[in-house]
Design a protein around this ligand. Structure first.
Ligand code: NAP
Length: 500
């Protein structure tokens, strides 16, 4: 980056205005990332913060997703804040409700609730040239210096476009909008999708003896990671000697970042190892017809790897039928597949994922020129370092475009982003800069780096997934998690326009 021009800009601005100030920051979303950002800002002494949360409880994805079998597929001892290790996890892969309890405890312990405005959706945010003007669903308005979208990329459910689906007379819902009171035990259930969510839900429903048809368009590779329940003694030992849990967390961090993440971005022993394990796992399905139905067409890790030892036994049960023939349309009684067969159903469950580029949406974010972020991202989403959008000063994203997402802890990389954001805010506050904005050329350089690494990634082997756009450009970071932490560690202010 061109340090010289930015230094000149910084120096000029410093002369113009050097008084430090106390910034007010709004965070959108009280999920794992939003709470983390609030904790870190307060720790840094910036306690004029407000978190707008659309629901009435913290937890984000873990509050919203309540489907049977929900668990985190990153080992629990690695899936907690580094400064709040939980020695009490009950399973290797923590169950959803347990993670939600952890999030609630964190909110209480750090007294975050006093900063959270619950039941309030941010609807609009407009940068007036100096500050962000916020409008909300309840009519409450706010003016803040910094606006942080901790909304996550995957929060708007995606529904398949099935002809006639509105005619279906039974129950239909997305896994993220589970009908808790609906008794499925006497129903004929169809579940569409076999990603991480579908696999977990199918396994749990099959285990409960539900009469289930699993509509699988593209089978996925499944890494055999057993979700072991920790015994009483084991848990007592970890509670007494918490360093054991931390060591386990470090091991899993190493394993997931150095093996899974590495296998995605370059060819090597990691890719061969994971591929071999998945293929061996599939070979354990004894019925050749079923095995054929479950064989993915692409390379392991092309889609986000599913972790389970429950799925293959689950779909081998007599109460489960796998339907590989594509869905053509729906009728009032069920789904018709490509062969013309009508699958009569009482319930259709969509485990069909999320709109992968939702980010701030549906919030209308506009800059001082009236340009909306949706317009700015019409052709291409992009944020420098995944955080800063040129043209949108003082607006930052956690988990934005080209941030790492895959088989490793979202909390671990969020910590790097959140620390970076605190540094930027501190720099502005201490030096009297009321506006910080990534330069377009900095974003271009960042994006070039991401794109240049694509040929070596597994995604280049020819596959379809929600990571990539129609040109094959992944929405994900294409380096190692360590490289991502490196680029965020010390903000390079030459890459930003700073103004008093
Ligand atoms: P997903 O990975 O996007 O999977 C969606 C599934 O729906 C795929 O099997 C897809 O098939 C299928 N599908 C979509 N439209 C369809 C249609 N019209 N007809 C038939 N099938 C259709 O969604 P997800 O499983 O909800 O997972 C999304 C992300 O959430 C994950 O990648 C992960 O980041 C996160 N997640 C994490 C955990 C965890 O434990 N940490 C658990 C669950 C989810 P195709 O492959 O053919 O498109």
């Amino acid at each position: 980056m061109q340090n010289q021009s930015a230094t000149a800009l910084v120096t000029e601005s410093s002369r113009a205005h050097s008084a430090s100030y106390r910034p007010r920051t709004a965070i959108i979303g009280a999920g794992a990332a939003g709470m983390l950002q609030a904790i870190k800002l307060r720790e840094a002494g910036y306690d004029d913060i407000v978190i707008y949360e659309k629901a009435n409880e913290v937890g984000g994805t873990w509050r919203e997703n309540r489907y049977p079998g929900i668990a985190c597929d990153v080992p629990a001892h690695h899936y907690n804040y580094s400064f709040e290790h939980n020695p009490g996890w009950s399973h290797r892969l923590a169950l959803g409700p347990e993670i939600q309890e952890y999030m609630k405890k964190i909110a209480d312990k750090y007294d975050l609730r006093r900063s959270i405005v619950f039941g309030t959706k941010v609807t609009k945010a407009h940068f007036d040239g100096r500050q962000w003007q916020i409008e909300t669903s309840t009519g409450k308005r706010d003016t803040v210096d910094f606006l942080i979208a901790a909304t996550g990329p995957l929060h708007v459910p995606a529904f398949p476009d099935i002809d006639g689906i509105d005619d279906f007379k039974g129950f239909k819902f997305h896994t993220a909008e589970w009908l808790d009171d609906l008794d499925l035990s006497d129903k004929r259930v169809g579940l569409i999708g076999s990603g991480s969510t579908g696999t977990q839900a199918i396994s749990a429903l099959a285990e409960r003896g539900i009469n289930l048809k699993a509509f699988i368009r593209t089978p996925q590779w499944i890494f055999p990671l057993p979700n072991r329940r920790f015994g009483k003694l084991e848990r007592a030992v970890v509670r007494t000697f918490p360093f054991i849990g931390r060591m386990a967390g470090s091991f899993y961090g190493w394993f997931f970042e150095k093996v899974f993440a590495k296998a995605v971005i370059s060819d090597g022993w990691q890719r061969k190892f994971l591929s071999g394990m998945c293929k061996w796992h599939l070979s354990r399905v004894k019925d050749p017809v079923l095995r054929q139905k479950l064989t993915p067409p692409d390379e392991p890790l092309c889609k986000r790897m599913v972790m389970s030892t429950l799925f293959y036994p689950a779909v081998s049960r007599p109460n489960v039928e796998i339907v590989r023939e594509g869905i053509v349309r729906a009728t009032e009684n069920g789904l018709i597949d490509q062969t013309g067969h009508l699958h009569e159903l009482d319930v259709i469950i969509f485990a069909t994922g999320f709109h992968a580029r939702s980010y701030h949406r549906p919030i209308e974010v506009t800059n001082a020129s009236g340009l909306s972020l949706d317009q700015a991202w019409k052709d291409e989403t992009g944020a420098h370092l995944s955080v800063h959008v040129p043209g949108f000063p003082n607006f930052m994203l956690i988990g934005g475009p080209h941030s790492p997402r895959g088989n490793f802890s979202a909390i671990a990389y969020s910590e790097a982003i959140v620390d970076h954001i605190v540094k930027v805010i501190r720099y502005c506050a201490e030096n009297g800069y009321h506006s910080v904005e990534a330069r377009p050329e900095a974003l271009a350089q960042f994006r070039n780096r991401v794109v240049a690494a694509v040929p070596k990634t597994i995604w280049n082997t020819g596959c379809r997934n929600w990571y990539q756009d129609e040109n094959g450009v992944p929405e994900n970071w294409t380096g190692t998690p360590d490289e991502f932490r490196d680029i965020l560690r010390e903000p390079n202010y030459a890459e930003f326009n700073l103004a008093a």
